[in-house]
Design a protein around this ligand. Structure first.
Ligand SMILES: Cc1cc2nc3c(=O)[nH]c(=O)nc-3n(C[C@H](O)[C@H](O)[C@H](O)COP(=O)(O)O)c2cc1C
Length: 195
């Protein structure tokens, strides 16, 4: 590659980390991640998102149990491989939908807003890149989106301050990486240039 700089390197070197140490990230690091999130672009400059950062271990463990139970009675709404296997995975000891990360940032947004997912996804990528730049690991977490209409999950999230009417778009697991994540090869033929 002929052009390179720190941001391009950070983009290339960011990985989805699924192993974290128990150490919590510093308050300033969390502030930096959330600041990166709110500087993302949003459709029509809506900024109608809410980022709920959960660091309380007991809350994360309680949420995990609610999610674990919800998945055991959940019917996948399409044939996405991760959805087809989650019911069985949720039965296993040690199941953690957020990979036992010390921090989980939940991105929710106004309902019936067509850019809700796009806005939150862009903000999450800012979080992932900011995390990488601070020496932290991170991972996109989809399970709360899959369970966005589950009454038990919604009730618990409401208790954490996520508005009942909000749609849950996604979440980011963040912490210190406990192991290096391998870089999945990039598929060929996904770029088309017309000059
Ligand atoms: C929309 C989306 C949903 C994802 N959901 C999950 C998830 O629920 N759990 C997880 O561990 N990784 C999840 N990932 C991470 C992908 O598995 C990961 O980005 C992919 O394997 C490529 O690896 P890389 O991020 O290290 O390049 C998700 C990524 C995206 C973009």
């Amino acid at each position: 590659m002929s052009i390179d700089n720190e941001i391009l390197k950070c983009i290339r070197e960011r990985r989805s980390n699924r192993r974290f140490t128990e150490a919590q990230i510093a308050p300033e690091q969390l502030d930096a991640l959330l600041d990166a999130a709110i500087w993302a672009p949003s459709g029509g400059n809506n900024q109608s998102w809410l980022f709920t950062a959960v660091q309380k271990r007991e809350a994360l463990l309680q949420l995990n149990e609610i999610v674990r139970e919800a998945f055991q009675r959940w019917t996948p709404d399409d044939d996405y491989p991760g959805k087809l296997t989650i019911g069985e995975r949720a039965k296993k000891a040690g199941f953690s939908f957020y990979h036992n990360a010390p921090t989980l940032i939940i991105a929710s947004n106004r309902p019936n807003y067509e850019n809700a997912m796009a806005d939150c996804a862009l903000a999450l990528q800012n979080i992932f890149l900011a995390a990488r730049s601070l020496g932290l690991g991170s991972c996109y977490i989809n399970q709360l989106h899959w369970l966005r209409d589950d009454p038990g999950v919604r009730e618990y999230l409401f208790g954490l301050g996520v508005p009942k009417e909000h749609t849950i778009c996604a979440a980011a697991a963040v912490g210190f990486a406990g192991a290096a994540a391998p870089a999945p090869a990039r598929k060929k033929g996904t770029i088309n240039i017309i000059r």
